[in-house]
Design a protein around this ligand. Structure first.
Ligand SMILES: Nc1ncnc2c1ncn2[C@@H]1O[C@H](COP(=O)(O)OP(=O)(O)OP(=O)(O)O)[C@@H](O)[C@H]1O
Ligand SMILES: [Mg+2]
Length: 351
């Protein structure tokens, strides 16, 4: 039983290209968007998942919070990529409490890091159908040094960290708040600037999670090298690209080549998944992240993966006050808002 109201959280998604922040109000009547905003970072701020300039990232986050008038101090953030490992393991039936006591020992056998260097968490997914005296457990290991860097940055920006999450979980959380989940697995894919986060899940929880070191920055860099442009110019040419109109001629081939390599990796991941569990083949793909906006991408993915593909609308079921937000502006950034929204939905006191 809980007597105090869960506290609001600012969801902070620090991406390689842009920081996003989101805040919602959750009542029994539904969820209302209170704040959303994003601020681009220079490409030198985060490279290959490494935060190169903590002060700059914190300054940019603080500026964004101020600009949006966010006064809530408690925050949730997410780690992704090399800093986190999620793994589904099978264990004999144990209670939450029992597992909490033995999780370190279990983790030692399942994660490639030194357990002293990680923070461990787990989620009991439930007993296995085939072997009723065993259960599936989702093991999560986040690297302590990276978690500390996030803490420092949020602290420098005036925030107090309440929840450290995993980007793939935030994706699923945002999906569940907006779409019904039937028995069929859904593949949520966030196509960012340096990472493609994949989470295939169903009602019982995640079936498969992977962060692929791929993203829109690859396309921009290819254009930059081939057309001898600065990163900024190449990025502009990419954003202006319209396959039906006059565009810089290096963009089309760079996009096609990159997307082809992405679907090859995704197919490989899905094949791996289907080999371990044929029932887990996704029935649908939902795409988020800025790179999901590449013209024709959804159709290309659908053709190549032979699956229905749609764009993730994070505000499908979330109330948006038209006096506070311009629908069109919000619609344009909506795919980039998904992770931050998933984080904002994790009220403190919910878990
Ligand atoms: N309209 C568009 N067309 C093509 N690409 C776009 C468009 N809008 C954004 N992008 C690309 O999306 C990427 C940024 O998306 P997003 O904000 O989701 O990434 P990020 O969260 O900062 O990165 P990551 O999650 O990989 O750390 C950039 O590579 C950008 O060029
Ligand atoms: Mg991102």
């Amino acid at each position: 039983m809980r007597f105090s109201k869960p506290t609001k959280l600012v969801g902070v998604d620090i991406g390689a290209q842009a920081i996003k922040v989101c805040q919602v109000d959750q009542t029994s009547g539904g969820i209302t968007l209170e704040h959303y905003g994003q601020a681009n970072l220079p490409p030198s701020a985060i490279q290959e998942g490494i935060f190169k300039d903590h002060q700059m990232i914190a300054g940019s986050l603080a500026g964004l919070l101020k600009h949006l008038g966010i006064t809530t101090k408690e925050a949730a953030f997410a780690i992704s990529g090399y800093s986190v490992i999620t793994k589904k393991i099978t264990l004999p039936l144990l209670t939450e409490k029992e597992l909490a006591q033995t999780i370190h020992m279990e983790a030692e056998q399942h994660i490639p890091f030194d357990v002293r260097e990680v923070n461990l968490d787990f989620q009991i997914l439930g007993p296995l159908k085939e072997e009723p005296d065993t259960m599936a457990v989702l093991l999560v290991a986040g690297k302590k040094d990276i978690l500390e860097i996030y803490q420092q940055i949020l602290h420098l920006a005036g925030l107090e960290v309440k929840i450290a999450d995993v980007a793939a979980f935030a994706l699923q959380n945002a999906y569940e708040a907006n779409y019904p989940l039937d028995g069929k697995p859904i593949a949520a894919m966030d196509l960012g600037s340096e990472l493609i986060t994949v989470n295939v899940f169903n009602r019982t929880g995640p079936l498969f999670i992977r962060d692929l070191p791929l993203g829109g920055r690859q396309i921009t860099e290819q254009i930059q090298n081939q057309a001898h442009l600065s990163f900024k110019e190449a990025e502009e040419a990419k954003l202006k690209w319209d396959p039906g109109a006059q565009s810089l001629e290096t963009v089309g081939p760079a996009v096609l080549q990159t997307l082809t390599s992405w679907v090859a990796e995704i197919k490989r991941a899905f094949d791996f998944l289907a080999a371990s569990d044929p029932d887990s083949r996704p029935a649908k793909v939902v795409l988020s992240g800025g790179s999901a906006l590449i013209p024709g991408l959804a159709a290309f993915f659908s053709r190549e993966l032979k699956l229905p593909v749609e764009l993730f609308n994070p505000f499908a079921r979330i109330k948006v006050n038209p006096d506070l937000f311009d629908r069109e502006d919000l619609g344009r950034v909506a795919p980039q808002a998904v992770t931050a929204l998933g984080l904002a939905l994790r009220r403190r006191g919910d878990r």
